[in-house]
Design a protein around this ligand. Structure first.
Ligand code: BDR
Ligand code: CA
Length: 319
């Protein structure tokens, strides 16, 4: 049975890797791409989603979402990582198709209500669209099948942050939204840096994608040149971590991951802004802002070789 997903995204180079993975997978029906600011501004991220839809012939809807965080001042686009155009400054043509007229959060609400219990929300950007959907229609918590999020860092394997020493970019971009989404009464699985920094696409692996996955593989290779230069300059490595595609891998095969249960909160201001904390021990305290929140799942271990094999095998369907 296929899983219907709405993929909330800020494309973005690794977002494109994830979107194309979802489109390729026979286990997934990609219902919609909902766009959010993050790696690029909202017009650019929506344009990039429409570009992918038109160029590679997706059937899914595309909806434009939030242009800024709920409360904090905007951090600004991740130009150093994803380029000015979000796709590593590879020239792309303007799409001739348009987005759904509804804002992304309304699209999410309408879609979930139209198919109760069927839709998994997968979010690989700042969580603003999901938080807006929850604020406007809290009843969707009972109607969504599952929520899978690439974001956060809980310190497993010493992975504590990327954009700051103690915050992951998607959560840091809108910590208030992340706290709303993590503490809502729906089943959330977080695929954060704890596991995405444990899986690595080497330059050789991306060369293999180019050589075996047709036009899609060539496109991923082209847009990832800029991204790989960033990784080389910043971390001295020949390749990149597997962020957004890991969330799709979880939807396809959760057995690739080991999870830990417990409520999650987000630090919303100060130097630790964007820090994610899971209370995974059953301890008692006089003050406990985790105590009445639902237990969510945090991925703490990944079978990285199996994940890499799954990605290549799935993407080779484009070959
Ligand atoms: C996350 O931040 C973005 O730059 C990536 O697309 C990914 O979603 C990794 O921290
Ligand atoms: Ca992303």
């Amino acid at each position: 049975m296929t899983t219907k997903i709405i993929l909330d995204t800020d494309p973005g180079i690794d977002d494109a890797m994830a979107i194309l993975f979802a489109e390729a997978s026979p286990e997934i029906e990609l219902v919609g791409l909902t766009c959010v600011f993050g790696n690029a501004d909202i017009d650019t991220s929506t344009r990039n989603a429409l570009y992918l839809k038109e160029r590679f012939g997706f059937q899914c809807d595309v909806a434009k979402g939030a242009s800024q965080p709920l409360e904090r001042p905007p951090v600004g686009a991740s130009v150093a990582v994803h380029g000015e155009n979000g796709f590593g400054d590879v020239a792309i043509t303007e799409p001739t198709i348009s987005a759904d007229p509804r804002p992304a959060h309304q699209y999410i609400i309408d879609s979930v209500k139209a198919a109760p219990g069927e839709i998994t929300l997968v979010a690989v950007g700042p969580l603003t669209n999901l938080a807006l959907a929850l604020q406007q229609a809290p009843e969707i918590t009972d109607l969504v099948k599952e929520v899978v999020i690439m974001g956060g860092a809980f310190g497993t394997h010493d992975h504590t942050g990327n954009v700051t020493p103690f915050a992951e970019a998607n959560v840091h971009d809108d910590p208030h939204a992340a706290d709303i989404v993590f503490t809502a009464a729906w089943p959330v699985t977080v695929v954060g840096l704890d596991v995405t920094h444990e899986a690595f696409f080497s330059n050789d692996y991306i060369d293999t994608l180019r050589d075996t996955c047709g036009e899609v593989g060539e496109f991923i290779w082209d847009i990832s040149r800029f991204y790989l230069d960033f990784y080389k300059a910043r971390m001295g490595v020949d390749g990149c971590f597997v962020h957004d595609p890991s969330a799709i891998a979880y939807v396809i095969d959760p057995s690739l991951f080991e999870v830990r249960k417990g409520p999650i909160r987000v630090v919303c201001d100060g130097p630790a802004e964007g820090l994610t904390l899971q209370k995974h021990k059953d301890t008692k305290h006089k003050t406990d802002d985790w105590a009445d929140k639902p237990a969510q799942s945090v991925a703490v271990k990944v079978n990285d070789q199996a994940l890499l094999d799954l990605y290549l095998d799935t993407m080779s369907r484009f070959g």
